[in-house]
Design a protein around this ligand. Sequence first.
Ligand SMILES: Nc1ncnc2c1ncn2[C@@H]1O[C@H](COP(=O)(O)OP(=O)(O)O)[C@@H](O)[C@H]1O
Ligand SMILES: [Mg+2]
Length: 150
Amino acid sequence: MNQPGRNFMSLQFAARSENESFARVTVAAFVSQLDPTMDEITDLKTVISEAVTNSIIHGYDGDPEGIVTISALIEGDTVTLSVEDKGRGIEDVELAKQPLFTSKPELERSGMGFTIMENFMDEFEVSSELGGGTSIRMKKRIVSKTALYN
Ligand SMILES: Nc1ncnc2c1ncn2[C@@H]1O[C@H](COP(=O)(O)OP(=O)(O)O)[C@@H](O)[C@H]1O
Ligand SMILES: [Mg+2]
């Protein structure tokens, strides 16, 4: 129950692009208790942005009635982030994860969202059900500044 070094937050918001920066800043603020480096904060903000944007534009196709849920779990020096939607789901997850694959080339998407998440985090998992939604889970160990400079 009250294990040392364990903390958790969860947040739901409307699938509107205005909320992308809200999600990014909230996660950065929560994780700041681990004393991350600027680079680590930038990586976490980037992956949250990519995953939340995917839920909004792909999962819900821009429908602001959709709800995005994000959560962050801190266990010791490791943070686990999750981003979930109840949108359209992904037909072929392996294909979707390929670098440069995008189902919306007309929106000038880069097709690099999943590749960025995979590269910036230590662990990365996608589970998705067609018509049921998508859930992304990613984990990263934070090498705190305190540890670096002591
Ligand atoms: N939450 C989601 N719901 C439905 N489809 C998704 C979701 N996230 C990603 N996808 C699918 O995976 C593809 C690849 O995603 P990504 O690598 O972020 O590239 P991009 O967003 O630039 O298309 C998307 O084009 C889309 O088809
Ligand atoms: Mg994307």
